[in-house]
Design a protein around this ligand. Structure first.
Ligand code: PGA
Length: 249
């Protein structure tokens, strides 16, 4: 099974989100070979998830609040997303960590709330350019995994990981597939300390129609998390075309 996750971030307004969701339905996504999940902006989540109901596509939350229900102004909890049809949730995306100041502690609480609400968390981990220059890549990844997963019961709940080097996101400077594969195999080995279950690990960072198959065909890489190339119909169609050709081989 390969996974193609489309993170629309805050690229689209309501009309554009509706239009892209509508067009997605015609794009082939063979459920026996691949799982396609769209992460629309929170404000349009309900709209897009309704539109994708009974199609091959699933919907996920870009970010959830760890707070439950009640007096939490501005928060949208994992519980509310689950109620609105979300099956997945991104947790710890680097834009949340580095732009909005989410800490490892926040990430951990969000992970727990997703698990409690039966959302499949997609835990995003990745090093910055500074980490890489300081030879701290493995240290950073291991620390992010430890802070998120230590002591959690992951044997009975599903979790996925996305390896997203921060320097590769939105830059066009995608990580070399060999290096992505090395990091993902390290993540899988590391996750064996936390669970006996199989944990799918995706690669994310400047994935497009030209490089997607390089990642999908690499051992250990179970799929891709795509940002900007998933938010325009021409590039999304081309990307999914490449994925379908690869999956049907
Ligand atoms: P990008 O974003 O594909 O635009 O680099 C990936 C992500 O942030 O998940």
């Amino acid at each position: 099974m390969k996974y193609v996750f489309a993170n629309w971030k805050m690229y689209l307004n309501l009309e554009q989100s509706r239009e892209l969701a509508e067009q997605l339905i015609d794009i082939s996504c063979d459920n026996s070979q691949m799982t396609g999940v769209v992460f629309p902006n929170t404000l349009f989540f309900q709209d897009v998830s309704e539109r994708l109901k009974n199609t091959a596509w699933r919907a996920g939350a870009q970010s959830v609040s760890w707070t439950p229900q009640g007096a939490y102004t501005g928060a949208v909890s994992a519980h509310l997303f689950a109620e609105s049809g979300a099956e997945y949730a991104l947790v710890g995306h680097s834009e949340r960590r580095y732009i909005f100041g989410e800490t490892n502690d926040d990430v951990r609480k969000k992970l727990e709330s997703c698990i409690n609400e039966k959302l499949i968390p997609v835990l995003c981990v990745g090093e910055t350019k500074e980490d890489r220059d300081a030879h701290k890549v493995e240290y950073r990844i291991k620390k992010q995994l430890l802070k998120a997963c230590e002591g959690l019961d992951l044997d009975t709940s599903r979790i996925m990981i996305a390896y997203e080097p921060v320097w590769a996101i939105g830059t066009g400077d995608a990580c070399d597939p060999e290096e992505a594969m090395r990091m993902i195999s390290l993540i899988k080995a590391e996750m064996m300390a936390y669970t006996d279950a199989v944990v799918p690990v995706l690669y994310g960072g400047s994935v497009d129609q030209n490089n997607v198959v390089l990642y999908l065909s690499s051992t250990h890489i179970d799929g891709v998390l795509v940002g900007s190339a998933s938010a325009r119909i021409d590039s999304l169609r081309a990307l999914m075309g490449a994925v379908s050709t690869y999956c049907s081989k």
